[in-house]
Design a protein around this ligand. Structure first.
Ligand SMILES: Nc1ncnc2c1ncn2[C@@H]1O[C@H](COP(=O)(O)OP(=O)(O)OP(=O)(O)O)[C@@H](O)[C@H]1O
Ligand SMILES: [Mg+2]
Length: 287
């Protein structure tokens, strides 16, 4: 298993000595082959904290996180730290929730090639990669010369995604990659992540607040609530559970419409549709 959490707890300790328990007893296994996972849960439930454990940005207060056979613990000696953690950070690429935390170079090009160069790719090859990838994330080559700090929020987001794609990770972890993007841009990026998942058989993990994204794309959904992992399984099963309200989650639009049609037409639909065509066929069959 590429990523394994065993009884993981994490506490943030503030400067004044107070602490906050952000992760409680998390057990979780993730493969690097072909999973498409969405991680959801209300604000402050611990999603970002959870994924930051996946590439050792933070380390558990207790319990164990093992990533590609390497145990992440606090007392890895300083001199060993980069040797041990760098390969893992190339394999598990994490796109931050806030691109400002990730972008730091003078130009977009330098930002995108930083990761690959750091992991041993030659400069010329890294530049070629950057030219390809900037287009994949929906920007053109002219952006490569610009400063990442003078871009709009959505453009910064795209550049931060490009920087991680350029490292060609086996597991791509995206913390709210489409927040703040226009609907067309959001759909294009989700299609890009889907094609990376389908064509390269890579695992993609997306944190999102959008239930439509969960229902349309994910084969597995993880739900966090107050620091606990309260659901891990099939999205269809999640959306037929009663606890959605306790976890402050909505239903995807297509399921909401299905429920309204059941009410208005006084019919019972047993198999929930994935999309409008499926709903149309079900309703046609029932009426
Ligand atoms: N540096 C920190 N110091 C203290 N507490 C923190 C720190 N960072 C986060 N927390 C707290 O830990 C909890 C989990 O935060 P986290 O960022 O993982 O939530 P999240 O589920 O990603 O939320 P969102 O949907 O808003 O991004 C929150 O209650 C937050 O207030
Ligand atoms: Mg977050």
């Amino acid at each position: 298993m590429a990523i394994k959490f065993e009884r993981v707890n994490f506490e943030y300790i503030s400067a004044d000595g107070s602490s906050f328990k952000a992760l409680k007893d998390i057990n979780l296994e993730i493969s690097d082959k072909g999973e498409f996972i969405t991680l959801i849960g209300e604000t402050g439930s611990g999603k970002s904290t959870l994924v930051q454990h996946m590439n050792a940005l933070v380390k558990p207060s207790s319990g164990e996180v093992t990533v590609y056979g390497i145990k992440i613990y606090n007392d890895i000696k300083k001199k060993d730290r980069n040797v041990k953690l760098n390969p893992l950070r190339q394999k598990v690429g994490l796109v931050f929730q806030f691109p400002e935390y990730q972008l730091f170079e003078e130009t977009v090009l330098k930002d995108i090639i930083f990761g690959p160069k750091n992991f041993g790719v030659k400069e010329a090859e890294a530049i070629e990669r950057a030219k390809e990838i900037i287009k994949l994330v929906g920007l053109d080559e002219s952006y490569l010369k610009r400063s990442p700090f003078n871009l709009s929020g959505g453009e910064k987001k795209r550049v931060s995604i490009a920087g991680i794609l350029a490292m060609e990770p086996d597991i791509l972890v995206l913390d709210e990659p489409t927040s703040g993007l226009d609907p067309k841009g959001r759909d294009a990026l989700l299609e890009l992540f889907t094609s990376i998942h389908n064509e390269l058989d890579k695992t993609v993990i997306i944190i999102t607040h959008d239930m439509n994204t969960v229902y349309k794309y994910a084969s597995r959904v993880l739900v966090m609530s107050e620091g606990e992992l309260v659901f891990d399984g099939d999205p269809l099963k999640l959306f037929t559970k009663k606890n959605l309200i306790d976890w402050n989650l909505d239903l995807p639009e297509i399921i909401q419409i299905t429920r309204q049609l059941e009410d208005k037409l006084n019919i019972k639909i047993n198999k929930l549709p994935r999309n409008v065509d499926e709903l149309f066929n079900i309703v046609k069959g029932v009426l």
